[in-house]
Design a protein around this ligand. Structure first.
Ligand code: ADP
Ligand code: MG
Ligand code: MG
Length: 941
């Protein structure tokens, strides 16, 4: 790969892969409301809706009406930049067309008026035989959307006007090249002819001529190609290519309207929650020509580096080319800096314009431009996409330049970007052999031996090997293999494929849809382009953040951002990483403004300490069941098997000091901060041996007539406790109510631990949380018992504990009766994982691997409701329960302890619902802090 194509690669890379697959903020996020559509007076002076706007009549805030492209073309026009004149047909016109099936009645005349003005200005008529005005017809919705109609260039050319164009330009070849492009683009996008037919004819022509690229074809070749193309159109559509320029234009406009309801566009909107009734605008723009010889060309540029944020010259330029040629990779582009040598005047002007745009938009912009015989034209601009690292750096750079304030800087980054920066990554300096590239489906850097089936994945991982599971695509049968693997690689499927969805749910690294890798599961091997073969057992490395696949082991380096959060790297240090400095500043802004507090879900002192380093302001969920595992399991078994009160009490007495010890450590590491301890939640059989294993063991023993008494009793218990739907069975507060002494033992452990810490001059702030409450009566009983125990402990230790007692809200009934439940609760903590399961009536483990893929593909979910809170359903229960609880008890503390507490979009929802805190896994705390800050700052900017 030469020096030239590096920049090209970065450009295509940014557009096609990285940015498209970033867990970006939803398209619908952060949009400022646009002013209402303007109305115009018609001939008789009456107010009438206006459907067409000259570029000089719009501005960048009219995106609702003019679409993103149109609004920005207008903005550039009004900034005095060289934009080829043109006009925009509004989204309102499109809406009328979509609703009624035909264009609004006044549209034709309005277009005629604007076209006439354009013709007058340009001094030539659309398609005029001796000197044709040509235009492009470009779609442009409010949000840029895949699936919308591709731009058609050179509209206005015909068998007649092609000669006029040739004469005017003094260039036959150019005229025929433009005409063949028109028929090709128009045929494909407007008339729906299979584009390959044109491509094949073009290839054939090049072959006959011995031409390496399209520029090597001469005027005659192109003239012949035009004849062929017209033949293709006639044959495929049963009609001739339209020769009337106005008909060409009208058909193209209508095709843009129709493309709004294309399948791909509809699916994208459903997934991104973009309303279906926005409609698209259409831009009609007079043509400028980059294909008029070596002093012409077309290019793309960023106002600063979208990968690092650094200011400089970033872009690609292609001489003697039109439109998409520069990004289509048909010929080698040159780095933008080369333009200075080719055409200094245009280059200088372009640099000037880029500066104007940055200062005006107060952000990184990307642009498209064309040079026609030494004259520069601007064809598009918009606020440009960027990598996560660049987003943080650019935001702080813009603050330093005085272009934006801190509140605005917070809107320029997001939690998904921060999360991306926190994954370990492959060492960029390491020599690694890249063998393929897929979709970055679930971030992280994973290394392991290639395996091609789940069985091997499980077997090898059990014997301590790290494996990467490679499949063409995965299905529910692969679940265990996916769990066993370090990472998952597939050659088929997109971001919503089974592999992608399940891997994200498990937080496992995944690259999917690496199509150039040929996976042969039967022969247990994979072939890369060029014939390189990866056999079972060969080591591969996959990067779930970039989608890259490497042969061999690539060294992994920790994220500097995590090093910073861990306190191992200081943002103040002179040589600190620029990114770390930027993250540090942005986090400080967020912490300064946020209202939501952020706690951690942590079960032990080690997690608690890390959480504290990451900025946790307490523990929102400590699960006590984790304290019953390991060697303590046997004591739990004894508790379950106890026949008498004595036996049971003995088992509980054995557990008490162990639990207490755990809590002492936990309260110490979170000294001065609240710690919410949840009493035992899972069903008891989870602590017993597996039913099948035990049955087999007992049966074998019986056949040998040496059945063990304890095993028999265990098996009985396992049968007694077995449940069809454990999620909905004997668990949570139900356990506490049917197993005497269990909850009181736990409460005593908490209270004694707190008392001990107090007596050691500590500041323990324990909160006791009762899980799975459905009715206030349950809570009342547990509360009464707990208060007695606490009072006893206070007397024994001679301290006042001030423990608070609250409940999880994780059943619909609890949410619906929140007003009553609040009478007995000091706090609510919304358990949104279980609440999502119980509201939807499906269990996460059972459904994520089975039908979620189909639901995501059909657009029923934009994202799994376990990832982002379902605002309309689960969310509305949360909002209402919070309000009802507070009505009963104004000082009721409200929090969230489900996984959603660390999800960016959900954090915004909880902020708006008025909760006091969110709690999430330690690693997601920085994300929650940032998003809480963004949510609070949004109202203030
Ligand atoms: P997209 O939305 O895919 O970027 P555009 O409408 O920007 O589509 O157009 C596709 C290509 O055609 C771009 O390179 C653009 O610069 C070029 N183009 C569009 N209109 C004109 C025009 N009037 N003259 C010259 N080139 C144009
Ligand atoms: Mg464009
Ligand atoms: Mg729960």
């Amino acid at each position: 790969m030469g020096g030239y194509s590096r920049v090209t690669c970065r450009w295509t890379y940014l557009n096609a892969f990285d940015l498209g697959t970033l867990p970006a903020v939803r398209a619908t996020d952060h949009e400022e409301p646009s002013p209402v559509p303007v109305h115009a007076k018609n001939a008789s002076g009456a107010e009438q809706q206006k459907f067409v706007y000259d570029f000089s009549e719009g501005n960048k805030d009219l995106k609702d009406l003019l679409g993103g492209k149109g609004a920005n073309l207008a903005e550039m026009t009004n900034l005095g930049l060289p934009v080829p004149p043109g006009f925009t047909i509004t989204t309102e016109a499109c809406k009328v067309y979509l609703e009624s099936g035909s264009e609004p009645a006044p549209l034709r005349d309005e277009v005629s008026t604007h076209l006439a003005a354009l013709e007058e200005r340009m001094g030539k008529k659309l398609g005029q035989a001796d000197d044709p005005l040509l235009v492009s017809v470009r779609s442009g919705a409010k949000f840029s959307m895949p699936g919308m109609m591709d731009t058609v260039l050179n509209i206005g050319l015909s068998d007649e006007s092609v000669h006029g164009l040739a004469a005017q330009a003094g260039d036959e070849r150019f005229a025929w090249d433009s005409y063949r492009r028109l028929i090709q683009m128009f045929g494909k996008t407007v008339l729906g002819v299979d584009g390959d037919l044109f491509e094949e004819a073009l290839e054939e022509a090049k072959k006959v001529r011995g031409a390496a690229t399209d520029v090597d074809l001469c005027a005659d070749d192109l003239r012949q190609l035009v004849e062929q193309f017209k033949g293709i159109v006639a044959k495929q559509t049963g009609r001739d290519f339209p020769q009337d320029p106005r008909e060409q234009m009208d058909l193209a406009v209508r095709a843009v309207f129709d493309s709004w309801n294309g399948d791909r566009a509809k699916l994208y909107r459903r997934q991104e929650r973009i309303p279906h009734d926005l409609g698209t605008a259409v831009n009609v723009c007079s043509m400028v020509f980059g294909n008029l010889g070596p002093d012409s060309g077309t290019g793309v540029a960023f106002t600063r580096d979208p990968a690092s944020g650094q200011q400089g010259v970033y872009g690609d330029y292609l001489q003697n080319a039109q439109g998409e040629d520069v990004v289509a990779g048909i010929r080698n582009t040159v780095p933008l800096a080369e333009l200075e040598k080719l055409d200094k005047a245009s280059y200088d002007q372009l640099m000037q314009i880029m500066e104007t745009l940055e200062t005006h938009y107060k952000d990184l912009c990307d642009i498209e431009f064309t040079i026609e015989r030494g004259k520069l034209w601007m064809l598009q601009t918009r606020v440009g996409k960027r990598t996560a690292a660049a987003a943080f750096r650019i935001a702080t750079q813009l603050v330093d330049q005085g272009l934006i304030d801190e509140a605005e800087a917070l809107q320029r980054v997001n939690g998904a970007q921060l999360a991306q920066l926190m994954f370990p990554r492959f060492d960029v300096d390491a020599k690694a052999e890249q063998i393929g590239w897929g979709i970055a489906a679930s971030p992280g850097a994973a290394v392991g031996k290639a395996v091609f089936d789940s069985y091997t994945a499980i077997k090898w991982s059990r014997s301590g090997e790290k494996v990467i599971l490679i499949r063409r695509e995965t299905n529910p049968d692969d679940l265990d293999g996916m769990i066993a693997a370090e990472g998952i690689l597939t050659s088929r499927g997109g971001k919503t494929s089974h592999a992608a969805v399940v891997a994200r749910g498990m937080g496992k690294t995944c690259v999917c849809g690496a199509e150039e890798l040929e996976v042969d599961t039967k022969r247990r091997r994979m072939t890369a382009p060029g014939g390189l073969v990866i056999e079972e057992g060969d080591v591969v490395s996959i990067d779930g953040s970039s989608g890259k696949v490497y042969k061999g082991e690539v060294p992994v380096v920790p994220s500097p951002v995590v090093e910073y959060f861990e306190g191992r790297m200081h943002a103040g240090a002179e040589d600190a990483d620029e990114l770390v400095k930027a993250v540090h500043r942005i986090m400080a802004y967020a912490d300064r403004v946020r209202r939501l507090r952020v706690r951690a879900n942590a079960d032990n002192a080690e997690d608690a300490s890390r959480a504290r380093r990451f900025g946790a302001q307490g523990i929102g969920l400590c699960r006590t069941e984790h304290m019953f595992l390991g060697e303590r399991r046997e004591m739990v078994e004894r508790l379950i098997l106890a026949d008498t009160k004595e036996e049971r009490d003995k088992a509980l007495q054995g557990l008490l000091p162990l639990q207490k010890g755990d809590f002492v450590e936990l309260f110490e590491s979170m000294d001065g901060l609240p710690v919410t301890v949840r009493l035992l939640d899972p069903p008891l059989h989870e602590f017993l041996p597996d039913i099948t294993e035990l049955s087999v063991r007992v049966a074998l023993a019986e056949s040998r007539r040496d059945a063990n008494e304890n095993d028999l009793r265990l098996l009985q218990a396992v049968h007694r406790l077995h449940e069809q739907n454990p999620m909905l069975g004997l668990r949570g507060v139900r356990l506490g109510l049917v197993i005497p002494g269990l909850f009181t033992m736990q409460v005593r452990a908490i209270a004694e631990a707190a008392a001990e810490r107090k007596n050691a001059n500590g500041d323990p702030r324990a909160e006791i949380m009762i899980p799975l409450v459905g009715t206030v009566q349950e809570l009342e009983i547990v509360r009464e018992e707990a208060e007695q125990v606490i009072a006893e402990v206070e007397r024994e230790y001679g301290v006042e504990l001030k423990l608070s007692l609250g409940t999880m809200i994780e059943l619909p009934r609890a949410a619906l009766t929140a007003a009553q439940i609040a009478e007995s609760a000091d706090f609510f903590s919304f358990g949104t994982n279980d609440l999502t399961q119980t509201v939807w009536g499906f269990s996460r483990d059972d459904v994520e691997a089975s039908f979620f893929t189909a639901y995501l593909e059909k657009g029923i979910f934009g994202v799994s409701p376990f990832e982002t809170i379902d605002k309309d359903g689960v969310g509305s229960l949360v909002r209402d329960a919070a309000a009802a609880g507070r009505a009963t008890r104004p000082d009721l503390k409200l929090g969230v302890c489900g996984e959603h507490g660390g999800d960016p979009e959900s954090v915004h929802f909880f902020h708006e619902a008025g909760l006091d805190y969110v709690s999430c896994s330690p690693f997601r705390i920085p994300v929650a802090r940032l998003e809480a800050g963004r949510a609070a700052a949004r109202g203030t900017r």
